[in-house]
Design a protein around this ligand. Structure first.
Ligand code: TUI
Length: 298
């Protein structure tokens, strides 16, 4: 394919793997990069040392384009913003906040900067601040989400900026890719389908939850905290809903702490937080990252 996203990063396919907290590490990122897309290491709330180690590991696994997703609510965000410069990372995506204060120094270092945005207003701000592209992520996505759907967000962002737009949220097969392009996107970001990639090292129970999930099996919890999160409905999600009805935002934050690691690392998919997108019902088998990408662009 030839379009602005492929040209920006010299890609075979305009596909980014989502920066999924506790999931997207060097093995998955390198597999996606080797298959012709952009692999991402999710810094999430991890300490800077862990991110450094994963960047170094990815360098040993691929010569192609991989990047780091920086979760801007992380207490380590400032340090990781510097680490990507020191390590010569080629592309940075950001989530869960406004990346504005970092963009100048990343651009000076030659890094391609691609923030995730939940609104056209933030897309315009990111373009003005010097972003190379934006990822318009709809609330079909897993994890921390905004208010708008992919169907409504993508065309409005496309019309608001001149830089290329990638679509995210609810995209897991070639129909989703075509729909994204029909809305004006020039690339896609995919999370949920890569959760079950052979190269994804998330706990097997987590993969099984995604493979078994039906279209209606996810819900957004925690709206009252200001950081709603889409997860598979399980014991934890039901407890969160109860706390939400009681208006107990503090209780939700407390219950959420460590819950993703419990599911992703330890495999407790009942008490842990199983973040995944609404498209999970379409994701029914484990495949290599290469097979996933080639099928999506066939
Ligand atoms: O960031 C994500 N997905 C995530 S982050 C995460 S870890 C986490 N867990 C619990 C609470 C919070 C984080 C799990 N999944 N996707 C990108 C994304 N960015 N979704 C929504 C946003 C966003 C929201 C507000 C981006 C910018 C923003 O701007 C606010 C502002 O300051 O203008």
């Amino acid at each position: 394919m030839a379009n602005r996203i492929c040209e920006l990063l010299n890609l075979e396919y305009p596909i980014f793997q989502g920066g999924m907290a506790w999931v997207s590490e060097s093995n998955l990122a390198a597999a996606v990069a080797n298959a012709g897309g952009v692999g991402l290491i999710a810094a999430a709330n991890a300490p800077t040392d862990w991110v450094e180690q994963e960047i170094k590991a990815a360098k040993g696994l691929t010569n192609r384009v991989f990047g780091v997703n920086i979760m801007l609510l992380s207490p380590y965000a400032d340090d990781i913003a510097q680490l990507v410069i020191d390590e010569g990372v080629k592309v940075v995506t950001t989530g869960a906040g406004n990346a504005g204060k970092y963009i100048d120094k990343w651009k000076e270092a030659g890094i391609k900067v691609i923030p995730v945005v939940p609104s056209s207003a933030l897309a315009v701000r990111m373009e003005r601040a010097g972003a190379d592209a934006v990822i318009a992520e709809g609330c079909e996505s897993g994890g921390h989400i905004g208010e708008l759907t992919t169907m409504t967000l993508v065309p409005q962002v496309v019309d608001s900026v001149n830089i290329p737009v990638l679509a995210a949220g609810g995209i897991a097969d070639s129909r989703g890719v075509k729909a994204a392009f029909a809305l004006g996107a020039e690339g896609v970001q995919v999370g949920t389908r890569f959760l079950v990639a052979n190269e994804c090292t998330v706990h097997a129970n987590y993969k099984e939850s995604v493979l078994k999930a039906k279209d209606t099996d996810t819900i957004a919890t925690g709206r009252i905290t200001g950081h709603p999160v889409r997860v598979i409905k399980n014991n934890l999600a039901r407890q969160m809903q109860k706390l939400e009805r009681e208006g107990d935002a503090e209780g939700i934050e407390k219950l959420g702490g460590g819950a993703l690691a419990l599911a992703a690392r330890d495999g407790d998919v009942k008490a842990g937080s199983v973040m995944c997108g609404q498209i999970a019902g379409l994701v029914t088998r484990e495949q290599s990252a290469r097979e996933i990408i080639e099928e999506m662009f066939s």
